[in-house]
Design a protein around this ligand. Sequence first.
Ligand code: NAP
Length: 258
Amino acid sequence: MFSGKTALITGASSGIGEEMARQLAEQGCHLILVARRTERMLALKSELSAVTVDVITVDLAELQAPVRIFDQVAALGRQVDILINNAGFGFQKPMLEMTPDEQLGMVDVNDRALLALTRLFAAPMAVRGEGWILNVSSVSAWFPIPGMAVYAASKAFVQTLGRALHEELKPSGITVTTLSPGGTRTEFSAKARGQMDPTLEKAMMPVGPVARAGLQALAKGKPVVVPGAIYQLMTGLTRLLPGAWVVKLAGAVMGRHR
Ligand SMILES: NC(=O)c1ccc[n+]([C@@H]2O[C@H](COP(=O)([O-])OP(=O)(O)OC[C@H]3O[C@@H](n4cnc5c(N)ncnc54)[C@H](OP(=O)(O)O)[C@@H]3O)[C@@H](O)[C@H]2O)c1
């Protein structure tokens, strides 16, 4: 499906983004890798020698980062057919234990940069009448999580934006898909929680099927995909249970602090 196309992936230095880069390269898709850890991306580039790979080192928390990426892509003479807004992080911390910088930094990377990159790269896609955008949200988008409130809200933004843009950009030939993973074995959990709760650890998915589900949904033009039966059940239940129960349950299961 994506052979000969070019995908720009944010957060390509580890986890889901790195795995998507591998799976797209297997299809013959050229890549532009974006993250802060240059060494990790250069190692991936040397592994994926069958396709053209460029590396852009940038901190997406910086206000001008999306414009710098856009300009660098133009300077490289590359065209972005597929934009994968995957970079993100979360803290599992109560609101009052986080600094304002931690909170706003999360919103800057998870939302502001994602929105700015979508706006920048969707414009030339619309002119060409073809493009694919995959935004990585989370099952956390489906319910507010006391104890992880800011992260869950930042991912709800990604999902709401993506579902609306799926319809809005369809007439321009652009497909927008939102990937909502549940717990996935990457570096994310260690950064978010420190020590993983053993109950949550059991429900973690390997990164391969999560990345594959996102790319397959993108190729099929689906609006939203939740990988894994357990997480499909969990998000489905949020539509059946009373809202107040959902918030309490989410806090007890996902917002618990050790
Ligand atoms: N793993 C899970 O359980 C899970 C569940 C639901 C949703 N998600 C979402 O999945 C996405 C990928 O996370 P992951 O699980 O693959 O975790 P990960 O292994 O920690 O990867 C996160 C990626 O985002 C990049 N990133 C973070 N902050 C950045 C910044 N300021 N500037 C540029 N790049 C930045 C990191 O690169 P550098 O550090 O090199 O900059 C890294 O490549 C995230 O949006 C996350 O919210 C993960």
